[in-house]
Design a protein around this ligand. Structure first.
Ligand code: FE2
Ligand code: FE2
Length: 358
């Protein structure tokens, strides 16, 4: 299904949730024995303080909605343009898929490890992500598009990732998730008239969960310092670029969402990069220079290539496939050039934790 198709049924939503493209969220498996060997003793004090925050569960009553929620949806959605409706429903499906992807991964780790630190953390994060996924699914159900999560878990393809890749990628996606949600929330505080769906009112407390999940991975990596040194810095650079580029292309493929919120997608994305880059100084010894003109031009080029690939796919046939292949090669080349741009390096701070203060 192409990204321009409309969603009409739960089957359409499930198909989108199961789609395997470069831009869609994935499900992961990992090496549980290696997870078992992680040692948190170098950062015991910070670790225990963090687990106590999870234990306190300040969001236990947050992800609930009253009958006025659906009434507000009905009233507001009557004024949406077809593009906004399509983009928002896709946003719900892709958010649901990534929340549920976290839920499944954390739950699988929790089931397979005996290391008490990791088991306890994974249990708390599973709790949070399952709340988030179910809350999103309720909003899909308002449109008759609820996704069968049990079926999704059984039928979606899983990608194997070594634990360190899980740490880099998941840390980043939690922190970027925070930055995205808080930027939207702050924008709607300034412009409440742009709030075209009630779910955005939940984002502030919601993104604090994501922030804390990110903190957990930051502590895991700080406790295993070799993950942040030597050749691993090349992996950090790779994941930073991959996560930033994916977000940029995806947001520019469906600009109506941010435009409806009164935000230019480019400005929004660079604000999210700035917040994320500032946060990641807690753990990554390097960051991308997202203000570099070559970086900015490269991001736009990736969007153009992605649009050309979509057109080639829609065209179909041998010519379409050849053009798709050319687009993939051009995208790889462009990504490679961006990867080679100079990065900024920094010392890791003594204080490992950051507060969600944006
Ligand atoms: Fe979440
Ligand atoms: Fe999360």
């Amino acid at each position: 299904m192409s990204h321009t198709a409309e969603l009409h049924s739960p089957e359409d939503a499930a198909r989108l949730a199961k789609a395997e493209t470069v831009l869609t969220p994935r499900f992961y498996k990992t090496d549980y024995a290696a997870m078992d060997r992680l040692d948190m003793s170098p950062i015991r004090a910070e670790w225990d303080a963090m687990l106590a925050e999870y234990e306190g569960d300040n969001n236990h009553d947050h992800f609930q909605r009253g009958p006025e929620f659906a009434a507000e949806v009905a009233e507001l959605s009557a004024q949406w343009s077809p593009q906004l409706k399509r983009d928002f429903q896709e946003f719900l499906v892709s958010s649901l898929t990534s929340e549920y992807s976290g839920c499944v991964l954390y739950n699988e780790i929790q089931k397979h490890v005996s290391n008490p630190d990791i088991k306890q953390l994974m249990r708390y994060m599973t709790r949070d992500e399952s709340r988030h996924a179910n809350f999103l699914n309720q909003s899909l159900k308002d449109f008759g598009l609820g996704v069968d999560l049990v079926n999704l878990k059984q039928s979606k393809a899983y990608t194997y990732f070594k634990p360190k890749y899980i740490f880099y990628a998941t840390y980043l996606s939690e922190k970027i998730g925070y930055a995205r949600y808080i930027s939207i929330y702050r924008q709607l505080e300034r412009h409440p008239e742009k709030r075209f769906h009630p779910i955005f009112r939940w984002f502030e407390r919601w993104c604090n969960d994501e922030f804390r999940h990110g903190e957990s991975f930051a502590l895991i990596m700080r406790a295993q310092p070799h993950l942040l040194q030597g050749g691993n810095k090349l992996w950090i650079r790779f994941f930073l670029l991959a996560v930033y580029a994916t977000m940029y292309v995806r947001d520019h493929t469906r600009p109506w969402l941010s435009e409806a919120l009164g935000m230019d997608p480019t400005d929004y994305d660079y604000q999210v990069f700035d917040i994320t880059t500032e946060i990641t100084r807690q753990v990554f010894p390097l960051s991308l220079d997202t203000d570099h003109p070559v970086f900015r031009a490269g991001m736009d080029r990736l969007c153009q290539i992605s649009a050309a690939a979509e057109r080639a796919k829609a065209r179909g046939g041998l010519a379409g496939r050849v053009q798709q292949g050319l687009c993939a090669a051009r995208a790889a080349l462009c990504f490679g050039r961006l990867y080679l741009l100079p990065t900024k390096t920094h010392e890791l701070p003594r204080d490992m934790r950051v507060a969600p203060s944006w």
